[in-house]
Design a protein around this ligand. Sequence first.
Ligand SMILES: NC(=O)C1=CN([C@@H]2O[C@H](COP(=O)(O)OP(=O)(O)OC[C@H]3O[C@@H](n4cnc5c(N)ncnc54)[C@H](OP(=O)(O)O)[C@@H]3O)[C@@H](O)[C@H]2O)C=CC1
Ligand SMILES: O=C(CO)COP(=O)(O)O
Length: 342
Amino acid sequence: MNWVVLGAGHWGVALAVHLARQGHSVRLWGRHPESLPCPSAGGDLSPHFPQVSRPARLTCTTDLAAAVAGCAGMVLAVPSHAVRNTLLSLRESLPAGQMVVLASKGLELETDLRLDQVLGQILKERPFAVISGPTFAAELVAGLPVAMTAASASADLAQEVARSFGNEQMRVYTSDDVAGVCLGGAIKNVLAIAAGISDGLGNGFSARAALITRGLAELRRLGTALGGRTETFMGLAGAGDLILTATSDLSRNRRVGLGLGRGLPLAQVLREIGQEAEGVRTAQALFLLAQREGVEMPITEQVFRVLYQGLAPREASDALMQRELRSEFTVLGQGSSAHGAP
Ligand SMILES: NC(=O)C1=CN([C@@H]2O[C@H](COP(=O)(O)OP(=O)(O)OC[C@H]3O[C@@H](n4cnc5c(N)ncnc54)[C@H](OP(=O)(O)O)[C@@H]3O)[C@@H](O)[C@H]2O)C=CC1
Ligand SMILES: O=C(CO)COP(=O)(O)O
């Protein structure tokens, strides 16, 4: 089968390589030739993964319309801020029947929309799928085992995506909870920043476990208010991805938090990471979204205040510890909010 992957960052390259290793013919599209791994003199995946050899079935192009022509499946792996414009510039040239699979994570900053909502606005009635879950690009490229979730309103499409991506290295589960899967992937990035801040401050393992658990509670609280399902937030695209990114230093979002917690300015931290850390933008959109929905998200709020209002990380940590005491879980009819105990 012919696939095109849009976005030549670490994730786009990793997914393109994964599909090519499965025997698919894959075109990788990126804006700039210098970020594409082909042609590279050494036949490797420079600049992102110079130590890994490039599969023969992987080709590269900077021509967007030519990239999608004749492909049975398309993967969108551009950063969240580029999803709308990339799709809009393709709308007229998308081949009929081409599978569309979203692999980016985040919220659209200008609208607070989930990325599946952005796709819905542009693709109208055309079905699409989302693939998400705890998987680092570097580990996928290294051939390590991973598990992900493919979600679509169309059960047939979810299964087709699971079959296309799934192999002995990648186990793909299917779901129909598109909103939940997108929210899990977006919100965990903000919570990974929080975990990084806590560790950067030297708060310790106990604090990190508490942050992950209470972070999951606020993910579920907003997620269910927006139509996602609790089991999705407890699954690979929620808890799974949150645990991964909140605990591993391979996570760019966690590293943003680590830098801030150690007292470095945000601009310096982002410059040193030099890659997308979606949680930084998402924190802003998420904070506004939670306010509009009337859902309390205390950890998200503190991350937003550190990133955008100059709050010191130690003060943010103290503010979370000094909140009013309350029941851990929602107890219906006992004074909890409609969306559960914050
Ligand atoms: N890395 C990972 O392990 C995973 C990442 N993701 C998600 O994948 C998405 C991409 O992340 P990732 O590839 O890791 O990020 P990277 O920082 O590795 O790369 C981002 C790429 O996006 C390109 N880009 C930037 N702006 C635009 C634009 N307007 N149009 C087209 N391309 C653009 C840049 O290329 P250039 O400027 O050269 O054009 C760059 O190559 C994010 O939403 C992330 O959350 C999801 C799961 C795992
Ligand atoms: O989403 C990811 C793994 O599932 C990658 O996380 P970071 O963007 O924080 O590196």
